[in-house]
Design a protein. Structure first.
Length: 289
């Protein structure tokens, strides 16, 4: 925040408006510093999130590891998102406020304009981060599809329940070809069963008969398997919903905190600019007398 006791040095005879600087026309919005700060913030955030992915902190449901995701890991991921947002957006906002042109106007107006530039840095960095994330995901998907054999669920089969459907129709008997229609129908029935109202008795009976006919199990064994798989699917869905809520809330909170950090960091950068305060650019072990 601005130190009210120490006003910024503004010449008394200077006209109101932006201070002329070489290299561009006068404007109330200096897009050069905004773009520079946004690029820096997006780059730092992308690097930190890549590091989080390497150590297992970027677990988003439903992902290949969502079944092993605990609430503690989701909270830790959310805290990392918050730290990344605060650090990267504060850096971008400070950079924009520090390098942009000064103004010949009141101190409060200068502070507001610096903060506005920090907010523009935040907005542009969010867009750049989204584009980087989308491009990276697309590239990784293309590489994975070209180098490995990806098993995709059949048409109409819920991908969320692919493992449960494998267990549901597991049998020692080897059919000539997979019954895609039976798997799709079973997946739709289980999806209705993991909702708030649960599975209707008619659907449960039909699913048990379908499993018995598909696997050759006795009807009581098929009933037990259907009950077990439905309970496991309901628990998995509950865990996925909880993880998604935590990650979604922490993402929104991180973006809001990042906007505030960019605003105030741009104001601090503006103070350092007007008072000619240069932050140290290197570490020194020697103490100055």
């Amino acid at each position: 925040m601005t130190d009210m006791a120490t006003p910024r040095p503004v010449p008394a005879d200077a006209p109101a408006g932006p201070v002329p600087t070489p290299g561009g026309p006068l404007s109330y919005i200096h897009w050069g510093p905004v773009v520079a700060g946004a690029v820096a913030a997006a780059a730092v955030g992308f690097v930190l999130m890549a590091f989080a992915s390497a150590i297992g902190l970027a677990t988003f449901s439903p992902s290949p590891t969502w079944r092993d995701t605990s609430i503690a890991l989701a909270l830790l991921t959310g805290l990392w998102l918050l730290l990344v947002a605060l650090g990267s957006f504060a850096l971008g906002g400070y950079l924009a406020g520090r390098v942009r042109s000064s103004w010949s106007t009141s101190e409060h107006e200068i502070e507001f304009r610096d903060g506005a530039h920090g907010l523009l840095v935040w907005a542009l960095a969010v867009v750049l981060s989204a584009v980087l994330t989308w491009a990276t995901a697309t590239a990784l998907s293309s590489v994975s599809a070209g180098t490995t054999t990806v098993l995709r669920p059949t048409e109409g089969e819920p991908a969320f329940l692919a493992y449960e459907l494998d267990r549901l129709f597991r049998s020692d008997r080897r059919p000539e070809r997979p019954d895609a229609e039976a798997r799709s129908e079973a997946g739709r029935i289980i999806m209705t069963g993991i909702g708030r109202r649960g599975m209707a008795q008619e659907d449960r009976t039909h699913l048990s008969r379908l499993v018995a006919a598909r696997t050759g199990l006795a009807q009581p064994e098929a009933d037990r398997r259907v009950a077990e798989i439905t309970a496991e699917a309901r628990q998995a869905a509950r865990r996925a919903r909880a993880t998604s809520v935590i990650i979604g809330f922490m993402t929104a909170a991180s973006l809001a905190a990042g906007a505030a950090a960019a605003w105030f960091a741009a104001g601090v950068g503006g103070q350092h600019r007007d008072r000619a305060i240069s932050p140290p650019l290197r570490w020194s072990w020697r103490r100055t007398p």
